[in-house]
Design a protein around this ligand. Structure first.
Ligand SMILES: Cc1cc2nc3c(=O)[nH]c(=O)nc-3n(C[C@H](O)[C@H](O)[C@H](O)COP(=O)(O)OP(=O)(O)OC[C@H]3O[C@@H](n4cnc5c(N)ncnc54)[C@H](O)[C@@H]3O)c2cc1C
Length: 426
């Protein structure tokens, strides 16, 4: 039996575990906190702009399980807000147990509240990983999906300090990178001004702390846009944001709220005193990060150098996905890379040729383009997503953007990749 071990249970790790299990491997998924989904516990937006095409490609390729469960658990579907169309908002408060169930249905062994702290390597091969309870876990292939957010030292050095976010580093211990433990030199993403990292671009407000009128509008339409008086507009913070698809003027001139279960506030941080001067927000309180009046988590501080198969350079049996694999942003982006990494980890174990998704598909073009751009100084200062900024523009110019399911299915079929992730390889 082929054994694949996945470190990090965010969206990328969940997708990698899923595709490895579907390809026939015996899979263990290790997550340091008591919850799966990582930063996906506070996000919620998907299917917006080009993410729709990427989700449908994954479904046609047989990797749709996570999108199906996100769709089923959406509070709003097909909504628009500045710069974004046909978005869905999954309920961040109820998503995690549903995903866990999907993974358990594929017999994936999920270990929570344990951290990968070291590797045992022979030459260029990882034989085992060591957990913080001293357990040694053997595997044939490993996948690093430990993400790029935090830990506290990075938030202090490159941001405004620990803002007490969903990653809960003081309680569960800091993020530890499997790639770094395997002695591979990691890449650091940069802000537009060249300094390291990027600050997460949204916060969650407690819905009950908003006025009844705002709450009702939010729950019925999914979106509330509140124009901001000039004196409290935050134009200066836009360049620091991780999600450059929202670093446009509408997001500085307005307070944009989305209903993801909490009220998602589309700004990195916003001083509580200023927030409470806005009619309807006089009693507003942050839900995540708790210190959202001061700052937010820092990301992109530790990316694995890897190729388009998502194999980490310098280690024969280490793969990566999600924010670990590129300066990419998003649940969809984490899932599509996770699916590929999990599948290729199994191919590695069986000595099969790796799968590279062709650039005629948006997922293949995205992975190749981001890796190409990341080789340049300028490229490391950008973030990449199907939902906006440079990559969405590219998708449109290459005519890869589509919301037509039949067209997307046909493209996948033309590449003979229909149901590739549903194929048992073992
Ligand atoms: C506040 C916020 C809002 C966002 N909103 C959206 C949104 O609405 N839509 C969207 O598409 N994207 C959103 N994003 C971005 C998106 O969440 C991420 O890009 C994506 O989910 C990253 O997934 P990942 O699996 O690569 O990493 P992560 O989500 O960071 O997951 C990594 C996981 O690895 C675990 N881990 C780390 N080290 C170890 C270790 N040594 N051992 C075991 N486990 C370990 C961590 O605990 C974590 O669970 C948001 C991000 C943030 C921070």
């Amino acid at each position: 039996m082929v054994k694949v071990v996945v470190a990090g249970g965010g969206w990328a790790g969940c997708a990698a575990a899923l595709s490895a299990a579907k390809a026939g491997a015996d899979v263990m998924l290790i997550e340091r906190t008591d919850l799966l989904l990582g930063t996906g516990l506070v996000g919620g937006i998907f299917r917006n702009n080009g993410r729709y095409t990427a989700a449908e490609e994954s479904i046609a390729m047989g990797g749709g399980d996570l999108f199906v469960v996100m769709d089923a658990n959406s509070r709003h579907r097909g909504i628009s807000f500045p710069g974004h169309n046909h978005a869905s908002l999954y309920d961040v408060t109820t998503m995690e147990p549903l995903v866990k169930k999907v993974l358990q249905n594929y017999n994936i062994e999920i270990k929570t509240k344990v951290r990968v702290v070291d590797v045992i390597k022979y030459g260029k091969i990882i034989k085992s990983i060591v957990l913080d309870d001293d357990t040694v876990v053997h595997g044939d292939a490993f996948i690093d999906t430990t993400g790029s957010a935090g830990p506290m030292g990075n938030c202090l050095t490159y941001g405004n300090g620990c803002a007490m976010c969903i990653l809960r580093c003081p309680a569960f211990g800091p993020r530890i990178s499997l790639t770094a433990k395997a002695e591979v030199k990691e890449i650091m993403g940069r802000k537009a001004d060249g300094s390291y990292g990027a600050m997460s671009g949204s916060c969650k407000l407690n819905k009950d702390s908003l006025s009844l009128e705002i709450r009702e509008q939010l729950e019925s339409t999914g979106v509330v846009v509140l124009p901001l008086p000039e004196a409290i507009q935050k134009t200066g913070t836009l360049d620091k944001k991780a999600c450059s698809q929202y670093a446009v003027k509408e997001y500085a001139a307005n307070l944009i709220l989305l209903d993801t279960g909490h009220a998602k506030l589309m700004t990195s941080y916003f001083a509580l005193d200023d927030l409470r001067t806005i009619p309807g927000l006089e009693r507003a309180r942050y839900e995540d990060p708790y210190a959202g009046g001061l700052g937010n988590s820092m990301r992109y501080l530790g990316i694995a150098p890897c190729n388009n198969f998502l194999k980490v350079e310098g280690v024969d049996n280490l793969f990566c996905a999600g924010e670990k694999s590129a300066v990419l942003v998003g649940h969809t982006e984490a899932i599509v890379t996770g699916l590929l990494a999990g599948h290729n980890a199994v191919r590695h174990c069986l000595d099969m040729q790796y799968l590279e998704i062709p650039s005629t598909l948006v997922i293949g073009d995205f992975i190749a383009y981001v890796h190409e751009k990341m080789a340049t100084e300028e490229g490391l200062r950008l973030r990449y997503t199907f939902s906006g900024s440079v990559y969405f523009e590219r998708m449109k110019s290459l005519e890869l953007y589509s919301t037509n399911r039949s067209v997307i299915k046909e493209r996948v079929g033309n590449e003979r990749l229909t149901d590739i992730y549903n194929t048992c390889l073992v």
